[in-house]
Design a protein around this ligand. Structure first.
Ligand code: FMN
Length: 327
């Protein structure tokens, strides 16, 4: 009997497919559909640090005569009256109506006041938190060490505010990515490799910079496979692969590299929620053909440590590509 369940963030997911943070995870109707289609867990659409802080500020402005003695009080007041309580409502509705784990998501760049909101997320019933930490290292005056320290500060502050399992979704712009991934993995329960963001594009007609769009292509996944494969031997913590996973084949590759779970967004927009059922079936068919009964039987089989040719994870030069990679 083929069993496609997997352990992630301390939960037994019935499938390694997690619906990553997107519009599909922003409302209860589609969360129910995602579960019906066979999704293992959902990461809710992110609430943004700026959103929390800006709205708190506007509340302050509107309540000049109100003084808040501590952050928690004004967050508590705020969450009763304003947008943020809808997020908490979504968490508690989801917990009542589906049985798969509900992972709340916060997009953040600091470990500041917004973290006071985390206990509310926990009280609402979230099973875990995923932070989408996005600090674009574009400041020429910041050193790599300062930026890495910023990540640690965020994680430390968040860990003081919640006991929920913690995943962080990060980008790959680090000076020594392998070392940073290992150090970060020591602090959290899972790494989500990697986050995706709007890239700039230049319109040559209007001669303006515009947004380059947010959907992935399957080729984006090569980068993910490389770093999942390199990281796997160095951590027992969770690894979720995210980026360019559009079908069962790609899901299987990431698990072979060492991912515990995979996250999808773009393909839900490109196809629809039923793609999850299709991908689960494709995974089962492949496992049957290969005689694997469980995910654990092949997870990480082709990680850097286990593959007979680990140097392929590291080779990056075209000269080598042409001389060595021809089959
Ligand atoms: C329309 C859209 C909205 C997204 N919104 C969020 C978000 O609110 N928070 C977040 O962490 N990631 C967000 N993402 C990123 C996805 O969660 C995911 O990390 C990324 O798209 C890579 O996966 P994919 O290649 O399957 O799309 C969004 C992606 C898309 C396409």
């Amino acid at each position: 009997m083929t069993n496609i369940s997997t352990k992630y963030l301390g939960f037994e997911l019935k499938s390694p497919i997690i619906a990553s943070s997107s519009d599909f995870t922003s409302n209860i109707e589609s969360i129910i559909e995602l579960e019906k289609a066979g999704c293992g867990a959902v990461v809710l659409k992110s609430i943004f640090e700026e959103q929390i802080l800006m709205e708190i500020d506007s509340l302050r402005m509107n309540n000049m005569f109100n003084t808040y003695t501590d952050n928690e009080n004004y967050i508590a007041y705020y969450t009763q009256k304003h947008e943020l309580d809808k997020y908490l409502q979504l968490i508690s509705d989801a917990k009542k109506q589906v049985s798969i784990p509900i992972i709340a998501s916060v997009h953040c760049t600091t470990g500041g006041n917004w973290t006071e909101y985390l206990p509310k997320i926990q009280q609402a019933g979230a099973d875990a938190v995923e932070l989408n930490i996005f600090i674009l290292p574009s400041n020429v005056l910041s050193s790599a060490a300062e930026i890495e320290e910023q990540y640690m500060t965020i994680i430390n502050n968040v860990l003081q505010k919640t006991s929920l399992p913690l995943a962080i979704k990060i980008h790959h712009y680090f000076t020594n990515l392998a070392n940073t991934l290992v150090e970060l993995s020591k602090k959290v329960d899972s790494l989500v490799l990697f986050n995706r963001f709007f890239n700039p594009d230049i319109d040559i007609e209007t001669e303006r910079v515009k947004s380059g769009g947010s959907f992935s292509s399957p080729d984006d996944n090569f980068l993910i496979q490389r770093w999942v494969g390199i990281l796997r031997p160095h951590t027992q913590k969770g690894i979720a692969a995210s980026g360019g996973i559009h079908n069962a084949e790609s899901m299987i590759k990431n698990i072979l590299a060492g991912a515990d779970a995979i996250q999808i967004a773009t393909i839900l927009y490109r196809k629809n929620i039923s793609v999850i059922t299709e991908m689960n079936q494709g995974l089962k068919n492949w496992m049957n053909a290969k005689k694997y009964d469980t995910i654990a039987a092949f997870k990480g089989k082709l990680s850097y440590k286990n593959t007979p040719n680990p140097s392929l994870y590291e080779r990056a030069q075209f000269m080598k590509y042409f001389s060595d990679f021809k089959e």
